[in-house]
Design a protein around this ligand. Structure first.
Ligand code: C5P
Length: 235
């Protein structure tokens, strides 16, 4: 499975996002568009980014009844994105419905991955507010197994969980991991962070990197550093 660095395009407008992409000249990238940018601009920003030749992960984290998710995924499949996601908490039935909706007439489809527990959810809140009494690590693994059973391609998780998830769901089950920082940089609001090199060592398939690249003085150089550490150097 090819490793790649996905740049989180966390910008509030298409204009800002495209100006950022211009800094990379003719290079083709793998980028992530989340709710903020998508809700601001709609499908046009996806088409514009795809027109420039980039790969695109549309991070909308769907979570609704199976029928609604199936139909929404059918719409997203027409956008020519490369990866989309949903919440595993929607159950195996919802994930299967999502796959059906996403699969085009010719059998092709974007990769579909699941969010297990959001990294912003603490053990305490999960237990007290959601009444899930298991250990959060076990919940993450169980949700990953559910995604695997439903036929999904992988999960979003912490690099620290990637190895265990591969042990349980197999090495070809993708782990897409945010929470990446260079060892000489501030963490921002991320708590459990790893460097690109460490993420590779831990078995991540894709790292999702936002501010270390978007806020860098030289974003192209920061991106190159990620690629060097994650894709080219360590094993
Ligand atoms: O700027 P930073 O590198 O922290 O950005 C990480 C990106 O990954 C953001 O777009 C954030 O929403 C996303 N993400 C995350 N943790 C998750 C899921 C997604 O940080 N569990």
């Amino acid at each position: 499975m090819g490793k790649d660095v996905i740049i989180a395009l966390d910008f509030k407008s298409g204009q800002e996002a495209l100006a950022f992409l211009d800094k990379f000249k003719d290079r083709t990238l793998y980028v992530k568009v989340g709710m903020e940018l998508y809700y601001a601009e709609g499908p046009s920003i996806i088409q514009e980014i795809k027109k420039r030749g980039h790969k695109l992960f549309l991070d909308l984290k769907l979570h609704d009844i199976p029928n609604t998710v199936e139909k929404a995924m059918a719409v997203l499949s027409r956008l020519d994105v490369d990866m989309v996601n949903l919440h595993a908490a929607g159950t195996i039935e919802m994930m299967k419905a999502a796959l059906r909706g996403l699969t085009r007439k010719d059998g092709s489809r974007p990769l579909l991955i699941a969010v297990t527990q959001l990294t912003s959810t603490s053990q305490e809140r999960m237990t007290e507010e959601l009444l899930i009494r298991e250990k959060i690590d076990d919940v993450v693994i169980k949700y990953a197994e559910n995604a695997d059973i439903a036929g999904l391609d992988g999960v979003v998780c912490s690099p620290l969980e990637a190895g265990k998830i591969h042990d349980v769901c197999g090495t070809s089950f993708l782990t897409v991991t945010p929470g990446v920082r260079f060892d000489d940089a501030s963490k921002g609001d991320q708590v459990r962070v790893t460097t690109p090199a460490k993420a590779k060592e831990l078995g991540s398939d894709y790292i999702v990197v936002g501010r270390p690249i978007t806020q860098a003085e030289d974003p192209a150089a920061a991106y190159d550093r990620c690629v060097k550490e994650f894709v080219e150097v360590s094993k």
